[in-house]
Design a protein around this ligand. Structure first.
Ligand code: ZN
Length: 215
């Protein structure tokens, strides 16, 4: 599952290192930034993997109030105390993974890789390990298959994700070509949305650790 962001691009190269054949599957769900898909296509082509986009816009039609898909809603910059930030798209990863599993079955693929992380995120329930494991069992039962959902970033933070990218030799690809910013600006992004802040904090932390390690 590949969006062209920092996490899924790191996972794309993680997968390339482990598996002979890798397919990148992207989803359009009414997110404001279609540029995201274009950048994803470019990265996949550079990585030499087939790239496909599935249109799942119905996801954003099902629920209202998400700032990622509705331009009229200002984005929460912090996590509200009692609920999820309005960047939460209910059911998103459930739909994505279910579609990815059917796609995988069609292509005789058993290993599905996703960049979700429980460590450094806004508290989205569909990024948690328990959800992923549960859905993995459900998908196997639903299709009588033995899919394995891999989550290389589940227990690591953003600084460690930068480290992983560096070890995979794609630090510059991640730094300059991926899009994580909620305001649709590639690379270092707008600098002030929650995604940019998280990404930059992780980068600074990783670079200072690296510097200490080198001295
Ligand atoms: Zn931003």
């Amino acid at each position: 599952m590949f969006s062209g962001g920092q996490d899924s691009t790191t996972c794309l190269y993680w997968a390339k290192k482990r598996f002979k054949e890798v397919y990148a599957l992207s989803f359009v769900y009414g997110q404001k930034h279609e540029l995201e898909v274009e950048l994803a296509r470019r990265i996949a082509s550079k990585a030499g993997v087939p790239f496909e986009v599935k249109n799942v816009e119905f996801i954003s039609e099902l629920s209202t109030g998400c700032s990622l898909t509705d331009n009229s809603i200002p984005m929460d910059s912090d996590k509200p105390a009692e609920s999820y930030p309005n960047t939460f798209v209910p059911g998103r990863n459930m739909f994505f993974l279910s579609i990815a599993a059917v796609y995988a079955r069609e292509h005789d693929i058993m290993n599905i890789v996703t960049g979700v992380s429980q460590t450094d995120f806004s508290g989205y329930p569909d990024c948690r390990d328990s959800f992923i494991r549960s859905l993995n069992v459900t998908l196997n039962l639903a299709m009588d298959e033995q899919f394995v959902i891999h989550t290389p970033l589940m227990w690591i933070n953003k600084a460690e994700t930068w480290k992983m990218a560096d070890e995979l030799g794609i630090f510059d690809v991640i730094r300059h070509e991926t899009l994580t910013c909620y305001n649709g600006i590639p690379g270092d992004g707008c600098g002030h949305c929650p995604a940019c802040k998280l990404r930059r904090q992780g980068l600074e932390e990783y670079l200072s650790q690296k510097k200490l390690g080198n001295n």
